[in-house]
Design a protein around this ligand. Sequence first.
Ligand code: ZN
Length: 189
Amino acid sequence: MIPLAQSTDHAFVLRAALFAARRHADQRRKGKDREPYVNHVIEVAERLAHSSEGNDAVLLAAGFLHDTVEDTETTPRDIETEFGHEVAQLVAEVTDDTALTSAERKRWQVARIALKSRRAQFLTIADKTANVGSLVRSAPADWSRTRIVAYGQWAESVVGQIRGMDATLDAGFLAAMAALQQRFGSTAD
Ligand code: ZN
């Protein structure tokens, strides 16, 4: 028998999964395998579920929803209406400012990560781990080795600042980075 509070949390998290699947329905990852985009957010949520905060329904829901504002027509208001203030706040924390260039966004993430909430930091580690893993499995066809290695170095410069909160998340990121370096080397030139 599952306690009611727990089944309510499951329903909440699965509603977020369904919302994300619908919003990302027509999107594919940039990798050469063109995986459905939703695979990425499922992986991020799954990594969070294995962390020490795996019972936090807000964190898991935000794991599913974390790219909806950045990459789909979804607004922060939509997230707030559907999933409440805490989830909307967390998704906002991990959403880049699309007015910035890609290089500016990358610098901004490095500069801001240590100031973010613990949940946002957990989510960021899971997200970067999934992205690095995607590059190992299925890098975009037009990405050079140099670009792939530089992405790994940038991911490390973000995640390296927030290591030590969760052994499982840290181990996942380090394993993904080790696979990236084994495949593509560790110097970008
Ligand atoms: Zn993501």
